[in-house]
Design a protein around this ligand. Structure first.
Ligand SMILES: O=C(O)C(=O)C[C@]1(C(=O)O)C=C[C@@H](O)C=C1
Length: 307
């Protein structure tokens, strides 16, 4: 049977469908799967620290004139191909590469419904730094296995999934603003970020997410060869840092990734960054209302789209 149609289609759904908190949260939930799988993919390789040092690959300087790191070069190459397919025109996609280094789209632009104001928010520099300095060292062995191509492919995919997830915070805050705009007016006028953060924080949603995430990391990270005894790993010569060499958990099961690590990545970084993006977006929200929209909100009549 064909899967049911995806309500969250940015090009074909209406703004109200897209901005329903329920459909946004279902996308965030699906992105949990993507992120867990990508982290597992990256964790099978060693840290490969030189990939992140500017100038560590003389070939890149000689052949490509590229002085930044291997991973940043690979991001530029990948994101360049995706730019030609107009990926970065979509309101939920943000490149890590500076726009002036990316080519133009080949196809004419898609007309997206007006969902967000022109915000200019892009926190990918912070995502990249945290990924390189905290996430990669957490999920990999402190080794170098020379797998610079395979590791960079996983880095680019994991970074893109993290970025999409975190920038989705803007859809969340637009949705929350539209459903109760009056509550946001005063803290926005006072630029009270703490109050705004308190308004958008939903502890029960976060708790449920972390429980679900732990279970996903545990289940997706299972080594199912265990079911057929040790036959599958016999004679394969697992090296330090590979999934097969990851220490067994207290239950004796081997895992491709530690579920606690995945939970920490969300708890300490993904959720706080999403909230930062939500607040960054809200803080300028009133500047993008017309006088009549503002007057209606102040009169308790709610948010209305301009014709
Ligand atoms: O679902 C929401 O309401 C969100 O704002 C997203 C999110 C998250 O990052 O998952 C962030 C803040 C809330 O406390 C709950 C969850």
């Amino acid at each position: 049977m064909a899967p049911s149609s995806n309500v969250f289609n940015l090009a074909t759904s209406s703004a109200s469908q897209i901005l329903s908190l329920e459909s946004i949260r279902s996308v965030l939930q699906r992105l949990e799967d993507t992120i867990v799988f990508q982290l597992i993919e990256r964790a099978q390789f060693a840290r490969n620290a030189p990939m992140y040092y500017p100038g560590a690959f003389p070939e890149l300087i000689e052949k490509e004139g590229w002085h930044a790191s291997w991973v940043e070069w690979f991001l530029k190459e990948t994101e360049g191909a995706h730019a030609k397919c107009r990926r970065w025109d979509a309101p939920d996609e943000y490149p890590f590469t500076k726009p002036d280094l990316l080519p133009k789209a080949i196809l004419p632009p898609i007309k997206y419904p007006k969902l967000l104001y022109d915000h200019g928010i892009n926190v990918n520099t912070d995502i990249y730094t945290h990924y390189r300095d905290v996430i990669v060292p957490t999920i990999t062995s402190d080794d170098d296995d020379g797998q610079y191509g395979s590791s960079a492919v996983r880095d680019v995919e994991t970074l893109a999934a993290l970025s999409r997830r975190i920038h989705f915070g803007m859809f969340v805050s637009e949705s929350k603003f539209r459903s109760d705009p009056q509550a946001f007016i005063e803290p926005i006028r006072k630029e009270d970020r703490e109050k705004l953060e308190a308004l958008i924080t939903k502890p029960a949603v976060e708790q449920a997410l972390l429980v679900r995430l732990r279970e996903k990391a545990r289940v997706y990270g299972q080594d199912l060869d265990k079911a057929v005894g040790s036959l599958a790993t016999q004679g394969q010569g697992a090296t330090a840092g590979t999934a097969a060499a990851r220490p067994a958990s207290s239950s004796g099961e081997k895992h491709k990734i530690d579920a606690d690590d995945v939970v920490h990545i969300y708890q300490d970084f993904v959720i706080p960054m999403t909230k930062r993006v939500e607040v960054d977006y809200l803080i300028k929200r009133l500047d993008h209302l017309s006088p009549s929209q503002l007057a209606k909100i102040e009169a308790g009549e709610g948010y209305a789209e301009e014709a």
